[in-house]
Design a protein around this ligand. Sequence first.
Ligand code: ZN
Length: 329
Amino acid sequence: MSFLKVPPWRVVSSFRGSIIPIFETPPKPAYQTFRPFLNFPATYTQCSFSPSVPHSSTPSAIPDASYRWRPMCLYYTQGKCTKMDDPTHLERFNHDCSRDLSVHAAEVERMRPQNFDFFLVFDLEGKVEILEFPVLIIDAKTMSIVDFFHRFVRPSAMTEQRINEYIENKYGKFGVDRVWHDTALPFNEVIQQFEAWLTHHHLWEPKHGGSLNQAAFVTCGNWDVKTQIPRQCQVSKIKLPSYFMEWINLKDVYQNFYNPIKEARGMRTMMEQLKIPMLGSHHLGIDDAKNIAKVLLRMLADGAVIPITARRYPDSPGNVHFLFKNRIR
Ligand SMILES: [Zn+2]
């Protein structure tokens, strides 16, 4: 395919080499409680490292001793924060996704050439229907975060009462049930916005269809792309998008690269074995995506090459071929 790659100004490379101390995750964050402005445009909203976002466009390249972990503003991650001029709000919530994922220059130097230019770290939430759809673009040459896409998703085949119970159960404990209700969109709208975002980054084009352009989804396990996406497409009565035909299950690559004595059956085990502190709330999708990205970045720094591990074929999309022999079942 001939379309252009992500333009250089979108790639945050200035913060490679920064040293950011990691602090313990605080107890349950008192998440977003303000009412957002709800008249945002129906099209996708770009929400991270654009030069038009003054506070986050130029992360510091020097060690920042004042950095401390804070919960992400989940209105901001969805392009809907209306408090960008409120210092108290900015102090309380993180509005720069890259801050938790910076790497040292030495780590970038240790990387091996990859098969893709970009990794799309992807982690769905919602076992019955999808409730959250977070994706982080990681540059496979610089290990920097290029952008992220985050949407809460409203189930389409559930009663209001069931949705309310489901959300309270799932997100109430994190303090993000309010923001979920304020922002969640039906899956088919999320997919439309996601495709516009992919196209904006030259990672996919509707008119070409087919797979991603020099990019691959990275998930923790096969469930997200293998099972839950097709299931939700069926419930939402849409065709399985063509870019969900192949993916990288990071656990398969981890297993074959490190060959650990104890199999890493999940994100938590991989992080424990690599001694990476887990940040944020486990099973809040945007935080899990960042933690999976931390494992990916470590593996890249350790010299791993991260290839496709599973593929389905358009003529029989239910049939998945696993490309690694040694894998966790
Ligand atoms: Zn905000």
